[in-house]
Design a protein around this ligand. Structure first.
Ligand code: FAD
Length: 415
């Protein structure tokens, strides 16, 4: 393979910045251009619903690198400019300012955006989504004693916003369509822990409700109308409908897209000169043996090293298991693995659900662990990881017993 001279990275989030960093770490001496549609150097988003939202940490703490770092590493960071098209024959990228950029290799790291929900009134003043630093600042400005915030959707981000808002004394209502928040990801037993957590912190959590529309007066939100006719009064609303991968330019260029950009084990797209990393990558996972696309910080952090290696001609597979974390009030959790769609799993709990100190395991019919989540229990994720990757059948009784070390839960022929 000819050594590439010009790498263009589209998308200046964590995954884009880490790709530029990995290329330089690997000794790549050609030009690197990092295109960011946002007017900021790349930053991490988890603080936007946690410490930045509560006002505990400034924006600078969320930056992947300070602004000077890019120049110091001879990386051309172009902020506030969007790529509009890829010409794969000419190997050029068209930018919204009318200019073009040539590439030998292209990395797509365009991330995701909040999924638009078809709700009447969603464009009113006081209705927010949460993806950018500006969104986080605007939502924080709605917090305070006597203010009413309604969250539509009880997913991870919605629940973290609820926790931050309650910490600031805001009156919070969460409207969730399912019987419990996080039900699809966690199942009823563990999802109930999160429902109880929020209720115990004064959140009015309403489940199995349908939103009919957002009520407004003079263009400003006044409440959220439910399908049963009731209106929940609101000074501000945050819509949390999950994320949608930004695949427009890949799709228009004829790169294979299906729930994200399809990539192989090395994060290479259907075009061998184009790679995709982070939220948009629908990755053929070599350990799980199936495609996985998750919107997790850890993928944006770690996939770029494998993509950069593959781009430079090395044999590199991205083998890390999906991993994410969340912080809500005094509950911290980490989740590793991924339950296969359509698989039937049961939850094994090790510890005490009521005191919110436990590890939960999602175990399939062959008694193999597909995923594990620690809640207020620390430093166990590295021990859980091999239990998932090695696919060793476990003795579920030993797994549920905190007295048995996690390194000793494999099923023996006697058990
Ligand atoms: P992004 O961070 O979305 O960055 C993509 C960038 O590309 C954006 O700046 C976008 O504007 C830009 N872009 C898009 N199209 C173009 C274009 N055509 N031209 C130029 N630029 C373009 N994950 C966890 O694991 N744990 C958490 O606790 C957690 N908390 C989160 C809290 C919030 C509020 C949010 C929004 C996400 C959270 N996540 C969390 C998810 C995590 O932040 C994402 O997985 C991660 O940001 C993905 O990084 P990325 O670089 O792939 O995409």
């Amino acid at each position: 393979m000819d050594t590439p001279q010009k790498v263009v990275i589209v998308g200046g989030g964590l995954a884009g910045a880490r790709t530029a960093e990995a290329l330089r770490e690997k000794g790549f001496a050609g030009t690197i251009t990092l295109l960011s549609a946002e007017d900021h150097p790349p930053y991490e988003r988890p603080p936007l619903s946690k410490d930045h939202l509560t006002g505990k940490s400034p924006f600078e703490d969320a930056l992947v690198h300070d602004a000077a770092w890019y120049g110091e590493h001879d990386i051309v960071l172009r902020q506030g400019v969007r790529a509009t098209a890829i010409d794969r024959v000419a190997r050029t990228i068209a930018l919204e300012d009318g200019s073009q950029l040539a590439y030998d290799k292209l990395v797509l790291a365009t991330g995701s955006v909040p999924r638009a929900l078809p709700i009447d009134g969603a464009d009113a003043d006081g209705v927010h989504v949460l993806r950018t630093i500006e969104d986080s600042d605007a939502i924080r400005a709605c917090f305070g004693e006597g203010r009413r915030l309604v969250l539509i959707g009880g997913g991870w981000i919605g629940l973290e916003v609820a926790a931050a808002a309650r910490e600031a004394g805001t009156t919070v209502t969460v409207l969730e369509g399912a019987w419990l928040p996080l039900l699809r990801v966690l199942g009823p037993e563990i999802a109930r822990v999160f429902a109880d957590l929020h209720r115990s912190h004064g959140v009015d959590l309403r489940t199995h409700v349908q939103v009919a529309g957002i009520e407004t007066s003079q263009g400003r939100v006044t409440g959220v109308r439910l399908a049963d006719g009731e209106t929940v009064g609101a000074d501000a609303v945050v819509i949390g409908g999950g994320g949608a991968p930004v695949t427009d330019i890949a799709e228009q260029a004829g790169i294979a897209v299906d729930n994200g950009v399809l990539v192989d084990g090395s994060l290479r797209t259907s075009d061998p000169d184009v790679f995709a990393v982070g939220d948009i990558a629908n990755h053929q996972h070599p350990v799980l043996g199936r495609r996985v696309r998750v919107e997790h910080w850890a993928n944006a952090l770690n996939q770029p090293a494998s993509a950069a290696a593959a781009l430079l001609g090395e044999d590199a597979l991205y083998r890390e298991l999906p991993y994410f974390y969340s912080d809500q009030y005094d509950l911290g959790c980490e989740y590793i693995g991924n339950t296969a769609p359509e698989s039937s799993v049961r939850v094994i709990v090790r510890g005490d659900l009521r005191s919110r100190e436990f590890v939960a395991f999602w175990v399939d019919g062959d008694e193999r662990i597909q995923a594990g989540m620690s809640v207020n229990v620390w430093d166990v994720i590295d021990t859980i990881k091999p239990l998932i990757t090695d696919r060793v059948p476990v003795d579920v009784e030993r797994l549920a017993d905190p007295a048995v070390p996690l390194s000793d839960v494999a099923k023996t022929t006697a058990s």
